[in-house]
Design a protein around this ligand. Sequence first.
Ligand code: UDX
Length: 423
Amino acid sequence: MKLAMIGSGYVGLCTGIGFAAKGHDVTCVDTDAPKVSMINRGEVPFYEKGLQENLRKFLRKKTFRAKVGMRDVPAVDAVFVCVGTPADKKGRIDLSYVAAAAQETGNYLASIPSYCVVVVKSTVVPGTTESVVVPALEKHSGKKIGQFGVCSSPEFLKEGKALDDFMHPNYVVIGESDKKSGNVLKKLYAGFRAPVIRTNIRTAEMIKYAANAFLATKISFINEIGNMCRQRGIDAYTVADAIGNDKRIGRLFLDAGCGFGGSCFTKDLSALISSADAYDPRLLEEVLQLNIRQRKRIVDMLKGKMQLKNKRIAVLGLSFKPDTDDIRDAAAVDVIQYLRDEGAQVVAYDPKAMENTRKVHPDITYADSAREALAGADACLILTEWDEFKKLGEKDFASMKNRIIVEGRRVLSGVAGSEGICW
Ligand code: UDX
């Protein structure tokens, strides 16, 4: 099939390259001309395992390209709306990019004679496609829904594993305005071995939020248990390993630590909570609050052991999880701020995320290696479970001034003086 992705960010590019790998012809569209040129040169504007090689492969095969705007995109079978849905200052969803993409798609629909399905992949609160996207499509195309199709098909891609998640989804959701539009997506996903859930559009939109809210809740749950474990000298990981054997619970997403970060969980929970109108979703509010407290908790643990003023604190790990340079909502960004508020001197190291962190915290020191960060440090915090930190041993910590190590992620094994936030 011929496909277009509006928005060449993380979701648009991963989905587009994924569909190209499945044999489709894909055009990724963006408003940012330098980004479009970069993609056409075979460079991915962010780090994601395997993406660059595949981008280059399909550029060479001429089954993939990027363009500024939809104007000269030949008729496609489906347009995927993959633009960002950031949070505004109050945590509510900002739909300005979605509205702009709907307008552009409407104009495009006006220019093509063939049937085309508009698929909303952007994460939007239930009801948005019907109340914002469809009216804009009708207005700018001069056509009525039915003359074009509309679907909601949320993505569940994890950073660092996006292509693999794309190729092997746990399930595929098709929220459809009518059978005809859903059938186009059904055909597109026919080659995937995954259960397909066909439903209405607002249910599909809710499924995405329910999935992210559940995963975030699972993490805050184990962090609460972990905090109580630590008080009692119990290892939260042994508890998680045990209860994870119960199929109703499952072991995944029960790694206790300094909490969740990334581009989705906090943003999506906040958007869902603030869209709840007359209902007060207290469980989800507490999931977010506990996550914020977890970041403070790790600094409080240090404060319980030492004065932080003018002390050299090594922070190992800046990205919100390993194998990415993404620092959006990363624990490290807040933790560094708390340390600075206490007058500490932060020396940070991360294998991939230092360039991005420098934009937020330009005034701290960045080291070229974990060893360099640790030399002369009064204490060390570990905030991302990069593989290279798992290899750190006694020798690497020998140059610390004081052996105070607090792990926000379970990384080290048998290093004297290390303790965990939840174990
Ligand atoms: C998440 C969802 O998993 C994905 O389906 C959705 O489409 C986008 O949001 P991602 O943000 O890439 O994906 O990261 P994920 O692997 O889910 O981890 C999120 C955060 O939770 C990370 O900060 C991670 O360190 C933390 N986490 C994860 C824990 O603290 N404990 C765990 O057991 C698992």
